[in-house]
Design a protein around this ligand. Structure first.
Ligand SMILES: [Zn+2]
Length: 101
């Protein structure tokens, strides 16, 4: 029995088959076909992927390793206010290293 030396991939949208000497080659052909024939679907898929990645990145309300609720609990003040002050202090610290008033 002779083994086929080609790799076959099927388009999940229209069922068209693509042949490549390697999986990479077949994938490349499929990718080109997807962009040509199913462009809108590809764009929708990429957008969904970005949304997923953003969700995974998690809560951006963090100063260092301190989470917003913890900061509010410690300081008894709104997180945004504390964050602004921390940033101000940090900027002053940076500037004071360059030029003193
Ligand atoms: Zn297709």
């Amino acid at each position: 029995m002779v083994k086929s030396k080609f790799v076959y991939l099927k388009c999940s949208r229209c069922g068209k088959r693509f042949r490549g000497a390697t999986r990479t080659e077949a994938l490349e052909k499929l990718r080109k076909h997807l962009w040509k024939e199913h462009r809108d679907w590809m764009i929708a898929r990429i957008k969904a992927g970005i949304r997923k990645a953003k969700k995974k990145a998690g809560n951006p309300r963090i100063i260092g390793f301190l989470e917003a609720p913890l900061i509010e609990k410690i300081t008894g003040r709104p997180y945004e206010e504390v964050k602004a002050q921390v940033l101000d202090a940090f900027v002053r610290l940076l500037l004071s290293g360059i030029s003193r008033p």
